[in-house]
Design a protein around this ligand. Sequence first.
Ligand SMILES: [Zn+2]
Length: 358
Amino acid sequence: MNNSSAQTNTLAPPLDIELFRRLSEADGPSGFEGEIREILRHRFAEAGGEILEDRLGGVIGVRRGTADRPRIMLDCHTDEVGFIVRHITKDGFLRFLPLGSWPGDVLSAERVRVMASGGKISGMIGAIPPHHRTGKTALPALESLYIDIGAESRDQVESWGIRIGTPIVPATPFQLMRNPRRALGKAFDNRAGCALCVEAFQRAAGFAGTLYAAGSAQEEVGVRGAETTAATIDPDLAIVFEGPPADDTPGFRREESQGALGQGPQIRVIDRTAIIDPRLIERAIALARAAGIPFQLAARASGGTDAKAIHLHGRGTPTLVIGVPVRYAHSAAGCIDLGDCESALRLGLLLIDQLSRE
Ligand SMILES: [Zn+2]
């Protein structure tokens, strides 16, 4: 690598909150990421990127420096957990399958948007009310839930552009909370990561090698899109921006917390699907310490990220995962700390900058 080009900007100016809002409120359940893809395409192009696409819904911005290598891949998965119509009852209710993992106990009475072909339709998730339940008041199983869009018949539902296979997402508006460091909204897993990926690509303007920013599809259904984006890019190293679950709320053992809001981004060392190259972990820790960026190391017994596919690409691709803890991930509303987002962005930019000078 050479050091002739301008340095990347490693100071993170204020985050683009409107970008977070747009990405959170846009709808993109697994396999239906089009709205997110368009936002990313636009922003990658605005940042001087040439646009590539894979054939699985991935979108990639490419910016070439003075040398082809190294090829650094910034990655974010664009999909969110959602639902898909499995059956329309005669009286106009929608039975659904989950897209990604949803616990059934967080769904009753949530508002949703059905992404009908003629435009989005509001509805809510229904369950048998407690008054009508018999025996023990067990939580309703996911399979027993349905969506009520106010229709009176299957014909009416179909006339509204809904069929088996129509996708559905939660309908949760984005808002800054009373504490302006905290934001509430849907799909922060992984739209927080998408926003950071966009911002990092935009700000790392002087990268000497080739910088790629990839919005990978279908992570929530088993890390599918990162295989095809990694194959399209063939990177030397990757940084994955994620929105992993926080563990700092009542019910957790706080002294074991690895994802507390406001304590900085997570640097993930291991999960079910990847053991992160320890040299990359050491680099990230050293950069964070030197810059005074808070961080949390995370060793996760479960879960996985796009690193699953990317670190196995080719002969092996060192892949760092930087995560912004999301409270209530995989439910209709979540909460993030914007300070964590800023720190995640700074750390990512420092690493890109360092790689640019080697
Ligand atoms: Zn995620």
